[in-house]
Design a protein around this ligand. Structure first.
Ligand SMILES: Nc1ncnc2c1ncn2[C@@H]1O[C@H](COP(=O)(O)OP(=O)(O)OP(=O)(O)O)[C@@H](O)[C@H]1O
Ligand SMILES: [Mg+2]
Length: 224
């Protein structure tokens, strides 16, 4: 199928990743992630999910194969400007409060700081702890702030690696709504998760990795 730079989607063609000296984390992955869809990536520990996400987010380079980001742009800088990322690290400053972490993210993206914090506070129910230093937070509180921080600039490429980690039932429900809303806003949303119930609740498309290869994929993810 022809690739178009006018369409917002991420295309991978025959992507491999080998970590030195010889760990073959991805072995020829072809997939398409479209705007407006929540694509859920699953697979066993070590199957290559986080590696795939890092390559899509330009945080790691593929060893071979092609990655294109459609209308997000051709340069790493353009893709990163559009990127909302929640990985295993919260990317928050321990000595700043939750509010300050979110405000800092807003400032870096040139977004009105007060409005950004208010929106995040409401969306992720931060009021009870937002004025305390991040280092005092429980695991779930950290995750809520990490998510809020990543979404401040309305990213058009949202990559979430095990985002339900540490969240309670209400937190997972909020996250499900947020993920849906981000896709409905028109973003490309890719979620890696081991949580089957969450996957079932949010997935428009599915990709199952096994030892670095696509084991199963829904139609919308397959590249013809
Ligand atoms: N920096 C690295 N150097 C060497 N090997 C690595 C590196 N990062 C990942 N790997 C290896 O690549 C493979 C895929 O790792 P990856 O983190 O992508 O798996 P995953 O599917 O996200 O697993 P999990 O469910 O445990 O998070 C694993 O065998 C892992 O040990
Ligand atoms: Mg992982």
């Amino acid at each position: 199928m022809a690739e178009s730079s006018a369409v917002l989607r991420v295309d991978l063609a025959g992507v491999t990743k080998t970590y030195p000296p010889a760990v073959r984390a991805l072995r020829g992955v072809s997939a398409r992630f479209s705007a407006g869809k929540v694509s859920v990536v699953t697979g066993a520990n070590g199957s290559g999910k986080s590696t795939l996400l890092a390559i899509v987010g330009t945080l790691a380079a593929a060893t071979s194969g092609k990655v294109s980001h459609g209308s997000l742009g051709k340069t790493r800088e353009a893709v990163r400007r559009a990127l909302g990322w929640v990985g295993h690290d919260a990317l928050c400053y321990a000595d700043l409060t939750g509010r300050e972490n979110i405000e800092l993210s807003a400032r870096l993206h040139g977004i009105p700081v007060d409005a950004a914090f208010e929106a995040a506070r409401e969306r992720f129910l931060l009021a009870a702890f937002a004025e305390r230093p991040f280092r005092t937070y429980s695991r779930g509180q950290r995750q809520r702030v990490a998510l809020a921080r990543a979404l401040v600039h309305e990213p058009m490429l949202l990559l979430l690696d095990e985002p339900t980690t540490g969240l309670d039932k209400d937190g997972v429900a909020v996250l499900g709504k947020v993920v849906r809303a981000e896709a409905d806003r028109g973003a490309v949303v890719i979620v890696v998760t081991h949580d089957d119930a969450f996957a079932k609740a949010v997935a428009d498309e599915r990709l199952l990795l096994e030892r670095g290869e696509v084991k199963e994929a829904s139609k919308g993810v397959l590249r013809s």
